[in-house]
Design a protein around this ligand. Structure first.
Ligand SMILES: Cc1cc2nc3c(=O)[nH]c(=O)nc-3n(C[C@H](O)[C@H](O)[C@H](O)COP(=O)(O)OP(=O)(O)OC[C@H]3O[C@@H](n4cnc5c(N)ncnc54)[C@H](O)[C@@H]3O)c2cc1C
Length: 460
């Protein structure tokens, strides 16, 4: 049933409830506070309604309603946006969490996945067939937001970005139509959603390629945070076979049971790695990393791929500032800068995360998708937790200063790690002709900028 607004700028909850099978959660409902909570703390927004759409038709109804009322529309898959884009003050949250069907075709090695699935749910289900698609490093992140922005994870060097495994998608566009898009149908839309984020519509289902992946050699390796270790680690990770992808976090050691107590709070390199190939070759590939220093802890072993996702606390909502960037090199001097800045801060959690790229990701031409940073060599994500507004300003200044000290020639940024940082930063995610092309496609599929609560690309 089409939903017509009872008032141009209001949403009628009873009308919504009558029209939809999915749950509609309003401010007076018991579950409202939980339903409006997103992963990051600090976004205390009160939507007029949170709609848990039951299917693509209901997504279309909600999109049309948002268009007709002019109410701000927040689209939420896993709720991990660090910019707070998946919640809204006074608008409608379209929450896809109840759309989590997954159809795996093990023979063809493809999956049709509804976008309410998390990376962890998808990965666990695919692993039952000895198959995997690469997402990020955290199980609770939604496949919706992660995939549309690119998707950089533990298989990035072996299989590329998540979008490099995207075969097709179903997208509800601003006019309420459900379009199927792939390389042949609406190819402009298919190009744009591979990196362009939620600007072009609501992706309700994604068809993804699966790879054979029974086991990996992987897990956590904790090394002392000496500049020589950091620079050596990056050099070894770059020289390693593409089966190996490495995410290194230079940070104070968390008080985990396997970390000796005297190390708690000391700067360490917490390396998360995955070798997607035979175990013996994996051990050989990882040996140079282990040889960089006597490991503080070494949990790297053959394991099923889903075990790489660390367990997460249910009610964990950190407040954090961050900065994402790319660098070309982390030599001894850069590593020293990293250690010095981390030592100079007393934030309870502070990190320089280093992700060595290349491999399959770099073989896709820069113009082939809306993710243009194919030649970028190392992603650096800086972050610090804060406690209250005064502390936020201090931590932000530290992050800004740190980023300035690390800046090299690569001025790009990865859209999925951007906060609410303004249009100049969005332009860094979409450089040159990528931006122009995205604006033109935006004008075609969302001329009124209905989908604006995102790293926004204005219609041309
Ligand atoms: C702890 C943590 C770890 C992370 N690790 C990684 C990582 O390893 N690799 C990586 O690449 N990224 C990583 N990210 C970043 C992550 O990819 C982005 O935050 C992403 O936007 C989260 O997707 P989501 O669906 O959970 O978020 P949401 O907050 O639900 O969505 C974010 C935005 O994406 C858009 N969107 C979401 N779903 C849809 C949809 N179905 N249709 C249209 N638009 C949609 C909307 O604009 C929405 O505002 C991480 C984030 C966190 C918090």
């Amino acid at each position: 049933m089409p939903l017509s607004p009872s008032h141009p700028t209001a949403v009628s909850v009873p009308e919504l409830r009558a029209a939809l099978k999915g749950r509609v959660i309003a401010p007076e409902d018991a579950g409202y506070d939980q339903a409006r909570t997103v992963f990051y703390g600090g976004f205390d927004r009160r939507p007029a309604a949170i709609v848990r759409a039951a299917d693509a038709a209901e997504v279309a109804q909600v999109v049309s309603l948002a268009g007709a009322t002019g109410l701000e529309l927040a689209v939420r898959s896993g709720g991990h946006s660090s910019a707070g884009h998946s919640t809204t003050q006074g608008g409608i949250v379209l929450d896809l969490a109840d759309m989590h069907a997954l159809e795996i075709d093990a023979e063809r090695r493809t999956a049709w996945a509804q976008t309410g699935l998390t990376a962890g749910q998808y990965t666990a289900a695919a692993s039952a067939y000895g198959l995997a698609t690469g997402f990020g490093d955290t199980g609770s992140v939604g496949i919706g937001g992660l995939t549309l922005g690119g998707g950089v994870g533990f298989l990035v060097r072996k299989h590329g970005l998540t979008i490099d495994d995207l075969l097709a998608a179903e997208v509800v566009t601003a006019d309420g139509q459900l379009l199927r898009t792939d390389a042949e149908s609406h190819p402009d839309l298919f190009w744009a959603i591979r990196g362009g984020g939620g600007n072009f519509g609501v992706a309700t289902r994604l068809q993804l390629r699966l790879h054979q992946l029974d086991q990996i050699v992987g897990g956590m390796l904790l090394l002392p945070a000496a500049p020589a270790v950091i620079a050596g680690l990056v050099a070894e990770a770059e020289a390693a076979p593409e089966e190996l992808s490495v995410i290194a976090n230079v940070m104070p050691a968390p008080p985990m049971p396997f970390v000796p107590e005297e190390q708690h709070g000391q700067l360490v390199v917490l390396v998360l790695l995955a070798y997607a190939g035979p175990a013996e070759a994996g051990q050989r590939a990882i040996a140079p990393l282990r040889a960089l220093a006597t490991p503080i802890a070494d949990m790297v072993r053959p394991m099923p791929y889903p075990e790489l996702f660390l367990p997460e606390e249910g009610d964990y909502h950190p407040t954090a500032v961050g900065h994402t960037m790319f660098v070309d090199t982390i030599d001894h001097a850069v590593a020293e800068t990293i250690v010095d800045h981390l030592q100079a801060s007393d934030a309870t959690m502070r990190v320089a995360q280093l992700r060595v790229l290349g491999g399959a990701m770099a073989r896709v031409p820069a113009q082939a998708t809306a993710f243009a940073h194919r030649d970028s060599r190392i992603m650096v994500n800086l972050a610090a937790f804060y406690d209250g507004p005064a502390d936020q300003a201090v931590r932000q200044a530290w992050v800004d200063d740190f980023a300035a000290a690390l800046r090299q020639d690569d001025s790009g940024a990865y859209v999925n790690f951007l906060g609410d940082e303004g249009q100049a930063r969005v332009r860094q995610a979409y450089p040159g002709s990528t931006w122009d092309r995205l604006m033109a496609i935006k004008a075609r599929y969302d001329p009124t900028n209905l989908f604006r609560l995102n790293q926004n690309i204005p219609p041309a």
